[in-house]
Design a protein around this ligand. Structure first.
Ligand code: ADP
Ligand code: MG
Length: 321
């Protein structure tokens, strides 16, 4: 199979044009030297890119469907964290062999998420080499309305969406050879695109949790020049963490990665908005702490003692790649 046939297959099998009554904004898509995309007046373009390398970012035996889903999901999560509406994607594929079966499964996973969020694939590059997928997402936002990591102030509430720690627990259970009911937490993270857009204009700072809550809140606090107090017992957890000792569960929730939930800070004056966001998005929101002045994160147990995740019996996970 030739490169141009693969590109044609990718084009056909990822196309969302059949979603009727929807303006993709694509003036010129796959097939020319570059794509031409239409921006409405008053909009800014938001761009993010992420690369997934086989054996590094996903196990070698990962289904192509899951790779197609996840390469888009991680980028849409970045769009969500900015409050942007994702519109287009560019895909750089390095493939060890030109396999139509591989592309078919990959495209199906990609399209399942692309059609949900109405994201059009408008270009890319296809080369022969070790399996690697690089995806660029392009989105739009009302001029100046982006959420950033900077902007949190002492007194703001710290809020997370969904549940956290589940993806890391699933990964540990799979590595131990078990089968896991909630494997979707790891394989099919749901980028919180609608929530991100709802938060624009209200949240003072926002980040998506990809590397673990503590690491990512650390980035937000550094950018904002603030500290935080976290109530560990207030962190929401998936069922896959049920039955674990508190310290072990907290360890997963603070240090486990790959959840792709949003963590944002909210001025108390906007606390009343939360119920409406929960209702409109169907995603639960939990207040897990408060921004303080200073630097660093204090994790506080229900008895007011300080919890140190490094002493939680969780070391085996935090040392793994
Ligand atoms: P050029 O050599 O001018 O870069 P290519 O032959 O690489 O052109 O690509 C031809 C067209 O196919 C371009 O529009 C490009 O964006 C698109 N394309 C190539 N690879 C992919 C891919 N993996 N996914 C989506 N579009 C692709
Ligand atoms: Mg090219």
């Amino acid at each position: 199979m030739k490169e141009f046939q693969l590109i044609r297959q990718i084009q056909q099998e990822t196309s969302i044009d059949a979603i009727t009554g929807f303006d993709t904004g694509v003036k010129l898509g796959i097939g020319d030297d570059a794509a031409v995309l239409e921006l409405a007046a008053g909009q800014d373009l938001v761009a993010a890119t992420d690369t997934l390398n086989a054996g590094v970012h996903f196990p070698l035996d990962t289904e192509p469907y899951d790779i197609g889903y996840k390469c888009l999901a991680v980028n849409l999560s970045d769009m969500a964290a900015m409050g942007a509406k994702p519109r287009w994607a560019l895909l750089s594929l390095s493939l060890p062999e030109a396999s139509a079966e591989w592309v078919q499964s990959f495209a199906a996973g990609f399209k399942s998420l692309a059609s949900t969020h109405k994201v059009s694939l408008v270009g890319g590059d296809t080369t022969s080499g070790p399996l690697s997928i690089s995806l660029t997402a392009l989105g739009v936002i009302e001029q100046g309305a982006q959420l950033t990591r900077a902007g949190a102030s002492p007194g703001d509430l710290i809020v997370v969406s969904g549940t956290i720690g589940g993806a890391a627990r699933v990964l540990d259970l799979l590595r131990a050879g078990g089968s896991v009911e909630e494997q979707h937490l790891l394989d099919r993270p749901q980028p919180r695109v609608d929530l991100g857009q709802a938060l624009a204009g209200y949240a003072s700072a926002c980040i998506d949790i990809s590397d673990g809550l503590l690491a990512d809140i650390g980035h937000l606090l550094t950018a904002s020049g603030c500290a935080a107090r976290l109530e560990v017992a207030a962190m929401p957890h998936a069922r896959v963490l049920d039955g674990l000792e508190d310290e072990v569960r907290w360890g997963y929730q603070l240090s486990g990665g790959d959840d792709y939930e949003l963590l944002f800070t909210l001025p108390r004056s906007h606390e009343g908005m939360m119920a409406g966001w929960i209702q409109s998005t169907g995603i639960n929101l939990s207040i897990i702490g408060e921004v303080e002045s200073g630097e660093g994160v204090r994790c506080i147990c229900p008895d007011e003692s300080v919890f140190d995740p490094r002493g939680s019996g969780f070391e085996h996970f935090s040392q793994s790649p």
